[in-house]
Design a protein around this ligand. Structure first.
Ligand SMILES: Nc1nc2c(ncn2[C@@H]2O[C@H](COP(=O)(O)OP(=O)(O)OP(=O)(O)O)[C@@H](O)[C@H]2O)c(=O)[nH]1
Length: 454
């Protein structure tokens, strides 16, 4: 995410690290570098000016010039300014309305509106336990209505059919009636987008807004379009009161200009960030965590949340019980853990949240964890049930057979067995109550609604 900006900023900060003191000249030069990095990231000019002025003014103050570790103090200052520029605090989705809470989606064609409707519907259904109805008011393209129908089916929410030729407002009103009749908690209304901002689109959107009186009007915008994204958002915000922005395609090689400009240019907070095409690739936008990620500090809390959400709580509980039983932890359990890791949905998004910046991520990606997990599962699959239960008894001749059966070298079978031993030792230590303690303390730190409810 925002890789080039991340590298540029980390470069500026690295050059200050380890300095005993920072002179005014060094601060001015770092400020110039920051300005260049933000220009390259296609951040809107007034935002750059505000950012650099704020950093410079504070950096020249006593806190940094007299700090014993000025490089670190400067990093904290940039991180805080970056967080503020991205919006400061998380602004949660507002669903406080007489049901159905209506979410109106707006944006240009291809920005990712329909995909985002699906992602949002899934998130509300699975994490908030809301019943969701979706409807398309794109009466110009039957394919758009069909796309929403398919997306709704994929994420398992109700779809209200509409047809080309109907008026968008009539569709919207009928959908509200349907939502009331079926006691839906949330109604998400997808709208038609055009390739550029045009008057007809604005009039239609303003009409829909007036007819629906939505609790949220979310502007969906492609992060790849840089500061243009902020300008387009501004044009929309001038016509309908936007309550939030969804920044899509942040997984691409977007330079970061949209994320850094949108809040200040429109006043509307970024509420979600789209990080992939699949329906689970939508994250709540945490300005502080994104700032930390951009500066290579990682996002451990995000990583933990993602892990907790995706791990199957029931299986984890069974595993914990088994650890305490006489049988203990065996290779079948180890395989189960590997399958759960696969289930965590793409290692890329996990790696991105580790501290260490782009370089470490690249190194880890080269190690190809996905492939290693697959190989581990293949090796365990080639064993007999008894071997999985008592791996210590596997003889050399069997190791050769297992290696041949799973298409690997014997050395890799040995490596897996060593890895299993280490994991088993660790699990034994945790079984003494450590695991439960860790989970409880984690649960206390997570925002409500983040723990799995299975
Ligand atoms: N990589 C990536 N692709 C995305 C993301 N969100 C949407 N897309 C892709 O962007 C393309 C356009 O998305 P749509 O949801 O069809 O866009 P739309 O705004 O509804 O477009 P119209 O219906 O034409 O107005 C699709 O190929 C999506 O898969 C994202 O967060 N990451």
């Amino acid at each position: 995410m925002f890789e080039s900006l991340s590298q540029r900023l980390s470069g500026v900060l690295d050059s200050l690290r380890g300095q005993g003191r920072l002179t005014e000249d060094q601060i001015n030069s770092a400020a110039r570098e920051l300005r260049m990095a933000l220009l390259e990231a296609d951040v809107a000019l007034p935002v750059i000016k505000g950012f650099v002025d704020a950093v410079k003014a504070k950096a020249l103050g006593a806190e940094i010039t007299q700090s014993l570790t000025p490089g670190q103090a400067f990093l904290r200052l940039v991180q805080q300014t970056l967080t503020d520029t991205l919006g400061g605090e998380v602004v949660p989705l507002n669903l406080r309305a007489q049901p159905p809470a209506i979410l109106l989606m707006a944006g240009l064609q291809g920005a990712g509106k329909t995909t985002t409707v699906g992602k949002l519907a899934k998130l509300l259904k699975e994490r908030e336990k809301k019943s969701v109805l979706v409807v398309s008011c794109d009466v110009y393209r039957p394919a758009a209505i069909e796309q929403l129908r398919i997306v709704a089916g994929q994420v398992g929410v109700e779809f209200f059919p509409s047809e080309v030729g109907q008026s968008p407002q009539a569709i919207a009103r009928a959908a509200v009636e349907q939502a009331k009749k079926t006691y839906a908690d949330v109604l998400i209304v997808d709208t038609a987008g055009r390739t550029t901002v045009d008057e007809d689109m604005m009039v239609e959107l303003a009409g829909l807004h007036a007819a629906l009186d939505p609790v949220e009007t979310l502007f969906v915008v492609d992060a790849m379009t840089g500061q243009d994204a902020a300008k387009t958002a501004r044009a929309f915000a001038d016509r309908v009161p936007l309550t939030g922005v969804v920044l899509t395609k942040a997984d691409g090689d977007s330079r970061g200009g949209a994320a850094l400009s949108v809040r200040q240019v429109t006043g509307a907070p970024i509420k979600y960030i789209g990080v992939g095409e699949k329906s689970d690739k939508l994250e709540v936008f945490h300005p502080d965590r994104i700032a930390a990620r951009i500066l290579g500090q990682g996002d451990m809390l995000g990583l933990i949340e993602e892990t907790v959400q995706r791990v199957d709580a029931e299986k984890a509980a069974k595993l914990a019980a088994k650890l305490k039983s006489k049988k203990g932890f065996d290779l079948a359990d180890f395989r189960e853990q590997m399958l759960q890791m696969q289930n965590m949905g793409g290692f890329d998004s996990l790696l991105e949240k580790l501290p260490g910046g782009a370089n470490l991520q690249a190194q880890l990606k080269n190690a190809n964890p996905e492939k290693q997990v697959k190989r581990t599962i293949a090796i365990i699959n080639s064993m007999t049930a008894q071997e999985r239960q008592f791996p210590d008894l596997i003889k050399a001749s069997r190791k050769r057979r297992i290696a041949a059966g799973s298409g690997v070298e014997v050395q890799q079978v040995n490596q897996l067995l060593r890895q299993f031993d280490q994991t088993r030792d660790m699990m034994k230590k945790m079984a003494g109550g450590g695991m439960a303690k860790m989970m409880r303390s984690l649960a206390g730190k997570l925002p409500p609604g983040m723990m799995p409810r299975r």
